[in-house]
Write a protein of this length. Structure first.
Length: 371
């Protein structure tokens, strides 16, 4: 018998997140071997009159392909995946791989080739811009290990997070979205961090379960050349299979001019992927009340209560500063007291201190208001 929480999640993904309509082509892409959610999604899409299509990826196979990839192979691979994506109205991506580090030993030049030649045209350009899409992780033993939890406890945590009342959260986001839309100057202060930039005229976007599950953020983007100062991230991040830690950036007129981490050379190789990788494409505040600690999984970590992320690379077109890159890397700073604290100011007014919103109109986004 299928877990009813899986059925509820599938219904939310097909109905709320992707809003499947009769005749919609919907690609369900699975990394891993989880089948209950995949089968439930096929049924939900079909019941709504949509046409489900499935792609199952094994990351160990992807690793072998990338080790042996040539530019011509990547070009052909991208061409047929892009043609399929152009035929889709919706996309549901499920990430349930057994090893987040499976691609760690793929040579950097191969990953760069794949990011530029495949991921950018197929996903950043076509899927993100032209389909109704949602991406999520799915609980398994590997994710439980990353969260330092038992598998059963992690599953309970997962379904609390992913089956949150996102419609309620959406309403609570309205005052923050409005505030960000009228804000010019932003300042972020904390241990090893003093950063200033402008978001004037960029706009803001609510994320309440329609694109990512779990969700819980409102994002904007810095004016491209306005970023100055230093930012020290305190959350590990896995990028192309390698776990980066203690990332620290120094900015001058928008550009990352100094970058250090546990592997500084590897970090700078990512930032040298193209010109846009050293500029910022997103600034976002996270506030999912059930996500409190990092687990080296971006979809969870970027929503941590009391966090922000400041993203090198590609900007989204709905909050656009014009920056273009094959990179879009959501790096997270947690500002709750147990992670060192910190403050955020909008136009010299304190709006969040130690991870909690202090303006009365924003208090509905604090954990007590969202649970």
């Amino acid at each position: 018998m299928r877990d009813p929480r899986i059925q509820k999640l599938a219904a939310n993904l097909a109905g709320y997140s992707v809003n499947v309509q009769p005749g919609d082509n919907v690609l369900i892409e699975m990394i891993g071997s989880e089948r209950d959610l995949l089968n439930a999604l096929i049924e939900e899409v079909a019941q709504r009159g949509g046409r489900p299509f499935v792609e199952i990826e094994d990351r160990s196979v992807t690793r072998a392909l990338l080790h042996n990839a040539t530019p011509e192979m990547i070009e052909t691979w991208a061409a047929y995946d892009l043609e399929r994506m152009k035929r889709m109205d919706g996309y549901i991506g499920i990430r349930a791989g057994a090893n987040v580090n499976e691609l760690a030993d793929v040579p950097a030049e191969k990953m760069k080739l794949y990011d530029r030649g495949h991921r950018h045209p197929v996903h950043l350009e076509q899927r993100v811009k032209h389909t109704k899409w949602v991406v999520l992780r799915y609980p398994n033993d590997a994710m439980a290990q990353l969260a330092n939890m038992s598998t059963e406890a992690f599953e309970d945590f997962y379904f609390d997070v992913c089956n949150l009342d996102y419609a309620k959260m959406d309403n609570a986001m309205d005052p923050l979205k409005a505030l960000m839309e009228r804000t010019d100057k932003v300042r972020i202060v904390g241990p090893g961090t003093d950063l200033r930039f402008s978001i004037k005229g960029i706009g803001a976007k609510k994320c309440s379960g329609e694109r990512n599950i779990p969700d819980g953020e409102v994002y904007s983007c810095p004016v491209r050349d306005s970023v100055n100062g230093t930012l020290s991230y305190n959350t590990p991040s896995v990028y192309n299979g390698f776990a980066f830690e203690n990332i620290r950036f120094t900015f001058e007129n928008g550009k990352i001019v100094e970058a250090t981490a546990n592997d500084t050379d590897r970090l700078n190789a990512v930032l040298d992927s193209d010109e846009g990788a050293r500029y910022i494409g997103e600034f976002s505040l996270g506030f999912n009340p059930f996500i409190l600690h990092p687990m080296k999984d971006t979809l969870f970590d970027e929503k941590i209560a009391g966090s922000l992320h400041f993203t090198p690379g590609q900007a989204y077109e709905d909050c656009d500063n014009g920056n273009r890159s094959s990179v879009h890397w959501d790096l997270v700073l947690i500002q709750r007291p147990d992670y060192g604290g910190g403050e955020i100011y909008f136009d010299d007014v304190l709006i969040r201190k130690n991870g909690l919103f202090v303006l009365p109109e924003l208090e509905g986004l604090n954990p007590d208001g969202l649970k």
